[in-house]
Write a protein that binds this ligand. Structure first.
Ligand code: MN3
Length: 202
């Protein structure tokens, strides 16, 4: 069963003015689609992987044949990260966190402003391309991380509740080199209901 590009769930223009429609369309139909296409091409070269889930592949990279391991790591990670990303952002979103995750932010980071600072700092410090993440442990403690390229905390069996793509393709058309401006605007599209759902299901 080949992997497929999941629908976005909202219009490309739905995140305007924070993330522009053209960026969303190219990001989804070209970049994410390329990860899916290239992942499927890698799996075709290693048919013994055909029945594996995406999570299994990312959590068992050392069991993936070396000939396709990097392709699975990069494109499988890209597929997982983007599928996640489209869900934790959305229209009519942003504002303050709600639900249990709001309490976890207070106890782990002090307050929401400090969480934002730490995530933005992680995103800004990521040289080149990658992601900034918020992961939750079983006890509800939140940790801010970042990863290069399409590496994903899923490979370490961590529970990700929030993440921001800091590849230039995520912001360059509207923000050019101003990653900090993109990061500041991005909080206006965070879907806290979805983030909270993932926190509660950890
Ligand atoms: Mn991307």
């Amino acid at each position: 069963m080949a992997f497929t590009l999941p629908p976005l769930g909202y219009d490309y223009a739905a995140l305007e003015p924070h993330i522009d429609a053209r960026t969303m369309e190219i990001h989804h139909t070209k970049h994410h689609q390329a990860y899916v296409t290239n992942l499927n091409a890698a799996i075709e070269k290693a048919p013994e992987l055909a029945d594996k889930t995406l999570e299994w592949l990312l959590q068992n990279l050392s069991s993936v044949p070396e000939a396709v391991r990097n392709a699975v790591r990069n494109n499988g990670g890209g597929h997982w990260n983007h599928s996640f990303f489209w869900q934790i952002i959305g229209p009519k979103a942003g504002g303050n966190p709600t639900g249990a995750v709001a309490d976890a932010i207070k106890s782990s980071c002090g307050d929401f402003a400090k969480l934002k600072e730490q995530v933005n700092a992680a995103g800004l410090a990521r040289f080149g391309s990658g992601w900034a993440w918020v992961v939750a442990d079983k006890g509800g403690k939140l940790t801010i991380e970042s990863s290069p390229n399409q590496d994903t905390p899923i490979s370490e069996k961590k529970t990700v509740i929030l993440g921001v793509d800091v590849w230039e393709h995520a912001y360059y058309l509207k923000y050019q080199n101003r990653r900090a401006d993109y990061l500041a605007a991005w909080w206006n599209v965070v879907n806290w209901a979805e983030v909270n759902k993932r926190f509660e299901a950890r």
